[in-house]
Design a protein around this ligand. Structure first.
Ligand SMILES: NC(=O)c1ccc[n+]([C@@H]2O[C@H](COP(=O)([O-])OP(=O)(O)OC[C@H]3O[C@@H](n4cnc5c(N)ncnc54)[C@H](OP(=O)(O)O)[C@@H]3O)[C@@H](O)[C@H]2O)c1
Length: 275
């Protein structure tokens, strides 16, 4: 069992499987294998067009539904209240589940009043379709606004986080509110494996650069959701609880942050785009 973080009543396993860009049989197979290997947290979204396969993989794994933490996300073009309720129902139908563990607003959408969207998100929870709710890609100001509007706890903010990007301000904002931090692109879309420092530190621990990168985050109680389409990497990405990085290495890794470290830089403007 992977360790978990607790936030506002939610218990979120520290490692989850990211599924963006995993499609069809590959997606179902990777999800199934991940769960058999010990993963207990899967991250999907209506936008990834793979909720059906995520559900299939989960059922094929034989792991009971209540032992797996399943997150999905509503796409911003569905943030008007009636649309949001419909999108949540559709996600559940595709997953073939009666509820998800966590439902997130995928990106902020300035075209729909946040009060209406948060109201609808809270209703999804109150109606029993999501055990917990939260947000993704919200900055500190929007996080404040969302938290003050919500009548149900917002348990997390999911955003880009890895050693090449300094997210300390946003992490503090989440911590102040008791919200969990979920890091997406936690191995910088695979970029971690090319970094000399991460490789050097990894070598000293008998680990890979990707494992050092993930360990760096979970050691700060940050949930990571690395994605891989390769079965052999599933094991690698979850084997990060049998070593620890001393403070000096943690500081060294933090120094990798740079101004242009962001990989995913996109605001919702009304036109459908990836992720
Ligand atoms: N909320 C949002 O807006 C948002 C945005 C982006 C992502 N996400 C979520 O976060 C998840 C993870 O982020 P991501 O997919 O952007 O990037 P990521 O997990 O940092 O990196 C995935 C890439 O790294 C490679 N990789 C995986 N494990 C590796 C290892 N041990 N060593 C070397 N390379 C490795 C994968 O290739 P192979 O397949 O070849 O292994 C893939 O190309 C997504 O899948 C999605 O669920 C959410």
């Amino acid at each position: 069992m992977t360790p978990a973080v607790e936030a506002k009543g939610a218990r979120i396993p520290l490692v989850g499987l990211g599924t963006w860009d995993l499609r069809g049989r590959t997606c179902a197979r990777v999800v199934e294998q991940a769960l058999r290997m010990g993963y207990r947290h899967i991250d999907t979204a209506e936008m990834y067009d793979n909720e059906r396969e995520v559900g299939e993989g989960l059922r094929a794994s034989g792991i009971p539904r209540n032992e797996v933490f399943v997150t999905t996300k509503v796409w911003p073009s569905h943030f008007a209240p009636r649309e949001l309720l419909r999108a949540a129902k559709e996600s559940l139908a595709k997953l073939r589940m009666s509820e998800v563990d966590l439902l997130l607003l995928h990106w902020p959408n300035p075209q729909v009043p946040l009060s209406e969207t948060i109201g609808a998100l809270c209703k999804v929870k109150a109606d029993g379709m999501a055990r917990h709710i939260g947000v993704s890609n919200f900055n500190a100001a929007l996080l404040n606004e969302a938290a003050s509007l919500a009548t149900e706890p917002l348990v997390c903010n999911q955003f880009e986080m890895h050693p090449f990007l300094d997210q300390s301000t946003l992490v503090s904002a989440c911590r102040d509110k008791g919200m969990a931090v979920v890091a997406y692109s936690p191995i910088a879309r695979g970029g971690a494996k090319n970094d000399a420092m991460l490789n050097r530190i990894g070598k000293a621990h008998g680990k890979t650069a990707a494992q050092v990168c993930l360990r760096y985050l979970v050691q700060q109680d940050v949930v990571v959701i690395p994605r891989t389409s390769k079965i052999e990497r599933l094991e690698e990405n979850i084997s990060i609880f049998d070593f620890a990085l001393p403070d000096a290495e943690m500081s060294e890794i933090a120094s990798l942050a740079r101004r242009d470290g962001r990989i995913v830089d996109w605001s919702f403007s009304g036109s459908a785009k990836w992720d």
